[in-house]
Design a protein around this ligand. Sequence first.
Ligand SMILES: Nc1ncnc2c1ncn2[C@@H]1O[C@H](COP(=O)(O)OP(=O)(O)OP(=O)(O)O)[C@@H](O)[C@H]1O
Ligand SMILES: [Mg+2]
Length: 653
Amino acid sequence: MSIQASKFTPDDFSYIIGIDFGTTFSGCSYVYAKDSTNEVDEIKEWPRQGSAIYPKVPTVLLYEKDSKKMIAWGYDAIRQASVPNNNGILVNKFKLFLDTSIHSPTELPNGLTPLEVISDYLSGFHAHILVVLKRSLGKIFDPSKFRYCLTVPAMWSDRAKNIMREAAIKSNIIKRADHPDRLILTSEPEAAAIYCEKKSNQFKLTDGQRFMICDAGGGTVDLVVFEINDTSNNRSLCEVTTGSGSSCGSAFLDQNMRHFIEKRFGRFAKENKLVIDDLVDQFITGTKPGFENDDDEYLTLRAGTKFGDQDPSKFGIMDDTFYITVDELREEIFNPVVNQVIDLIKGQINQSKKNIDAIFLVGGFGQSKYLYNTIKNKFKDQVGIIALPSRGEMAVVRGAVMFGKNPRVVTHRIARRTYGLKALLTFDPLLDPENLKVVMPNGYVQSSNRFAVYINKGESVMVDKCVSKTFWTFYPIKISPDLYAYDGDDPPPRHVTDPRIWMVSAFPISMPEYTSLNESTSVKLTVNMYFGLTEIRMEVVIKGKVFILASAFDTHEMKNTSSNISSPDTSCPTTSSQGSVKTTSKEKNTREKLSSPPIPLYRDFPFGIGLNEWSISNAQPPLGGCQNSEENKNKPRNKPKNKRNKKKKETKI
Ligand SMILES: Nc1ncnc2c1ncn2[C@@H]1O[C@H](COP(=O)(O)OP(=O)(O)OP(=O)(O)O)[C@@H](O)[C@H]1O
Ligand SMILES: [Mg+2]
């Protein structure tokens, strides 16, 4: 369903609320949008927090047994789960379900889907934020004036980001009818970079210097390198590497510890489940944060440990304590995870063509002394500054609101994948299989399923740059300029059916009714894409009507023309003339001649759109500007006077 959205005006929003939805902990900060001091506040109190002092709340839910009904979230979920005879089901680390690189996440209970659990959590979380803000803002509390920045790992797929957007809608953070820009998705390392840049005065980083963010959290470790641009009055950041990341956060230390203990307990592990849970908890709160590779560790064994008639010392138990040597801690628990972080850092250093001047470690795991010391020892000769900015555990959520306030602080980003549309492009008998051959009503012979590339992986894009291509279709056909992606480093495949290519999102659009158009009249449509944002923004302009693909779940139809679109702070109008092309009698004859089987007609490809070789748009939006695609370089700018006489040639993409 298309939804009409009105013009988006950032100034209508007085507060920016940052939400860091983490694997283990989630946080929230907010800022008054019109305040020039940039003072960021954060939510420090969470329901049933007790004596816990961490400024974030556990990302945990408690569900009724055999039901999708959520009982509690956050600290309250943990508290209620520990009540004797409670039979609710505790669900945690569910953010990892959106990481497609983890191949075997344990199933969610009770038939719950990742979208449902994330939405349930965000509902509870957001309701609490509103309570706190209502208390603190009093009379001026007005949730309709809140704009949101939700952080996501840089390495997430477009699909995962779409699920987060959908979860924000399902949990009532924003409404489906809201303009998509009311919710900005921000990458976690980028938010952290903005925070660190603000703190970096003390490190005296200047124009042209580069720094790496290593955001090591509970589930993921995300890295990216930025270059400081300080030539004008506005200090800004330019992403200079393709961010990388992996699921190797601190929770994997906990998992290693659990496996280590279970291995020691052997066949007694099952019946000592509660004892093992308790030992792992002691590791998480006691051993892990302070580990510096210098001491053996002794964890207190709670009563009720059962080893039958076996000698407990066989299981590493001594005087009612479970002991683990420093070598075991380092080699079995820490190094398998820390080494992955080291490899990720090496990858970023290799990717950056220039020297990296600083590495900033943020996130909860980023505060680990062992991680810090290992990184320092490995990289101190290559990188001058290796630092832990203060309040590193809040860097992401604080940076998110700073970004929301001034999105222009980041000027360039690197395309993480090659993106393009499925389209009908000129048929080449040497390269395109015969079964893909399609004859258009105007006689053009084209190949279906071609990959019309918009941007290549690794390309640097200005944040508000729009890449625009003009296509044509035939009235009144339904169109679907579906978006596809390719992650390889080789030249992109020619057809979207190549197994290395996958569909990112379908974008079905019902063509508006035009009484003045006859059937099979060709209709021009312009597909604009913005790749410099955390989410890809795609819009289709058909005869002045603009459709926005806000997420894979949702298409927004704008009320007016492209001049009404404020995203991303600009629009991408097309300057090429609109003229619809009437099918001439000669073309009709050609069509009839060529339409007999076995060559299928365009109608067999109801979602097909043809790339118009003569009217590639060279539109220049007020800021940024449409990227000069290969077509722009190779093709005539203007429509030739006599299209039928124009020699058809392959469009290089
Ligand atoms: N000093 C420390 N050493 C190792 N791990 C730590 C330390 N302090 C906190 N942690 C761990 O860091 C994690 C919390 O960090 P953070 O809040 O950055 O993660 P998150 O946002 O939940 O995860 P992610 O960003 O991966 O989704 C927890 O797993 C916690 O046990
Ligand atoms: Mg985090």
